[in-house]
Structures are given as C-alpha cells and as structure tokens.
Design a protein around this ligand. Structure first.
Ligand SMILES: NC(=O)c1ccc[n+]([C@@H]2O[C@H](COP(=O)([O-])OP(=O)(O)OC[C@H]3O[C@@H](n4cnc5c(N)ncnc54)[C@H](OP(=O)(O)O)[C@@H]3O)[C@@H](O)[C@H]2O)c1
Length: 346
C-alpha cells in the first residue's frame, strides 16, 4: 500500500500542527490544506510545500489567492477528490455542513473536539478506543480537555475496573494567537453544570463515571485540571504505584514541581519550549508528582494540558485507525511520537 493521502480542511491552530505531524510520518502524506482566502497562514503552507486549496469551490474566492501571489490548486472538491481521509480542523460547529461535503466526496473524515459526538456517533482517543475506530468511515478526535482526562484516567480504570470521578477544568481564556475571546480580568464559571468536558470522556470510555465543572481564567498557555477520583475498594494501589503507572503510560510527563522549580504552568511551558518541538508544543499531559495523593480509596491530583497540541499526535493515530493500517494503539503511538521527534531533530 502507498502512503495514506491526507487532506487538512482548516489550516489554523490545530490544522497546521496536524499537517506537520502527518508530514513527519513515513506512512502518510499531506496532499492539500485549505485556507478561506489569502492571509499570513498561506506562507507556512508554501514554505512546507503543502498544496494550497480554497475552503470553497467559488471561482472568485479561488482566484483571490493569485491576487496576493499564492498559487491555489483549486477548490475543496478538487482536494477531496484526491484524498483518502480529510482531517476537519475548521472552527467548531461547522461540522454538519462539512460532513455532507466529505460524504458526497466518498472520503473518510475526522472532526475535532469543537464538534459534538452526535455528529459522527463515534469519538477517538488513542489510549481509550483505537480498536473501536478501526476502518470506520469517520470519527471525532475528542477535545484537548477530554484527551487530557483520558490519558490519566484510562490507565487507572484499566487497573481498577471501575472509577468515579469529579473534576474541575480551569481553562485558558484564549489561545495565544486569538484576539477575540476572554475574559482578560475575571474568572468566568461555565454556568451550565455539570460542564460537558468530563462527561465527554464517556464518549470514548463509557465505563468511567465522570462529572465536571469548568471556569475560564485570564491565561493563554494551558488548562489545569483539579481531579478527585474514587477507586473501588481492593484496588491495591498506592500513591507511588499510581505515579509509576502514569510514568509508564505514553504521553504523560510526571515531575515534582518543588524539586524541578516547575510549580506553575508558566514554568511547564518554558520547559516545553526547551524540549524543542515547533511552536513550543507539549504533546504530553503534565502531572505534578507532589500534587498527587491517595487518601483511602480517594485519589487527588492536578494535571496541566497544552490545549493547542495534546490532540495532535492523537490525530495521526486516528488516521491509522480509520484506514485500518495499525490495529495496536501502543504501536501507533510509539511510531507517531518517534517520527515527530525525529522530524524536529530531537
Ligand atoms: N485551539 C485549541 O486549543 C483546540 C484544541 C483542541 C481542539 N480544538 C478544536 O479544533 C478545531 C479547530 O480549532 P482551531 O483552534 O484550530 O481554530 P482556528 O485557529 O480558528 O483555525 C480554524 C481554521 O479554519 C479556517 N476556516 C474558517 N472557516 C472554515 C470553513 N468553513 N471550513 C474550513 N476551514 C475554515 C480558518 O480560517 P482561515 O482559512 O481564513 O485562516 C482557520 O484557519 C475546533 O473544533 C476546535 O474546537 C481546538
């Protein structure tokens, strides 16, 4: 089989990162990315050698790219015609409209966490339900928060056989490149309770019983989760064995805040920049070792999520699931992560 032909619809915060991660793999290639019109993001596509298509089939919109000196390879229909799978990275809530385009083109499709589970009836997280997504027509990679919760809760559930969780999402107000959202001087509770974040975990691991609250705070760099998990009696775990479990699970970093001077998200992201991935990304979930404690059967912990990037390697694994080319999620994760780090010379 040749390389999997991947199209990216929406070349923004998530789309440009997924495109890079796909480009890093030897079993898939980018055959096109879309922009709504000429803007600074087109320069990145040109630099990377990704064919640039217009989000729409409208002739005038396609022609507009040339007025700013960009070569546009055509409208979205032309891109979909040569793709095996399209990764939808458009702003949230555009799913229903885009889904029709993908189905009409007969191409496999993946949405992001800004869309609801009901759109596809199937969701994806590498560690939770890779096998349930094998050879599916389409799915949704869950949000950055749901991905983060799944990374630490699924290994716990797999050990314990049952889990009841209450958590609070302390959410960044906006991405660093976003000037439209807030708050900038307030703490904003999500007043629809429970929030959708915790229950969304059950779209990939229905066996975990989980609820959440959420607040938005004036920061742009990470989310923090404050989590309380009740384990069943007889679990046989200790605080240390839980830390070891996470240290041995993919895409989780466990470090002492006090010993490493990593006591806030600011230092965690500075460490991420030292790691050296593009955009200073941190694909792993960060768990503060000294913020984890098992008291009786109740586990308390904090974790931090780099919202712009934890879902990126999941998208690569998800492509292999839909195409049915890798049935073992751990093998896919290892391949994805090694290829990305080699791509950045790490
Ligand atoms: N940012 C995060 O932290 C984050 C984390 C996890 C998941 N997600 C989810 O990922 C998805 C994308 O979010 P994002 O943060 O990458 O958004 P974004 O930065 O706003 O990028 C979206 C891109 O899609 C383009 N676009 C606009 N309308 C479009 C359409 N009809 N069809 C296709 N593309 C269109 C945009 O315009 P131009 O082409 O004009 O540039 C932009 O480049 C959402 O579902 C979001 O909820 C986001």
């Amino acid at each position: 089989m040749g390389k999997i032909k991947v199209a990216i619809n929406g070349f923004g915060t998530i789309g440009k990162r997924v495109a890079d991660a796909v480009d890093a793999q030897d079993d898939m290639e980018i055959i096109g990315v879309t922009k709504t019109g000429p803007s600074f993001g087109c320069d990145l596509a040109v630099k990377k050698g990704f064919p640039l298509f217009c989000t729409f089939d409208d002739k005038e919109k396609i022609a507009a790219f040339a007025t700013q000196g960009y070569e546009c390879s055509g409208g979205i229909s032309q891109m979909l015609a040569i793709a095996d799978v399209v990764v939808d990275c458009s702003p949230g809530k555009m799913g229903a409209e885009n889904l029709l385009k993908y189905q009409n083109a007969g191409v496999k499709y993946m949405f992001q966490g800004g869309e609801k589970h009901a759109l596809t009836g199937l969701s994806y997280t590498s560690c939770a339900n890779h096998s349930a997504n094998l050879n599916a027509a389409g799915t949704r990679v869950v949000s950055c928060n749901t991905t983060g919760l799944s990374r630490t809760l699924v290994p716990l559930y797999d050990h314990c056989g049952s889990l009841t969780v209450e958590c609070t999402m302390i959410r960044r107000a906006a991405d660093p490149g976003d000037s439209k959202k807030g708050p900038i001087n307030a703490i904003k509770p999500v007043l629809s309770v429970p929030s959708h974040h915790g229950p969304d975990v059950m779209t990939v691991k229905p066996e975990i019983s989980i609820n959440s609250l959420a607040v938005a705070v004036p920061t742009t760099i990470m989310h923090v989760h404050s989590i309380i998990a009740d384990l069943p009696s007889g679990h046989g775990l200790t605080t240390n064995s839980i830390l070891d479990m996470w240290k041995n699970s993919p895409r989780i970093i466990v470090m002492s805040g006090a010993e490493n001077k990593l006591t806030t998200t600011a230092e965690v992201m500075e460490m991420a920049r030292d790691i050296g991935r593009k955009w200073g990304d941190l694909h792993e979930i960060f768990v503060w070792e000294d913020g984890v404690k098992l008291v009786g059967d109740r586990l308390y912990y904090f974790q931090a999520i780099h919202q712009e990037s934890d879902v990126i390697p999941e998208n690569v694994d998800c492509i292999r699931a839909l195409m049915g080319t890798e049935t073992d999620w751990r093998a896919s994760v290892a391949k994805t992560d090694a290829a990305i780090d080699a791509y950045y010379g790490l």
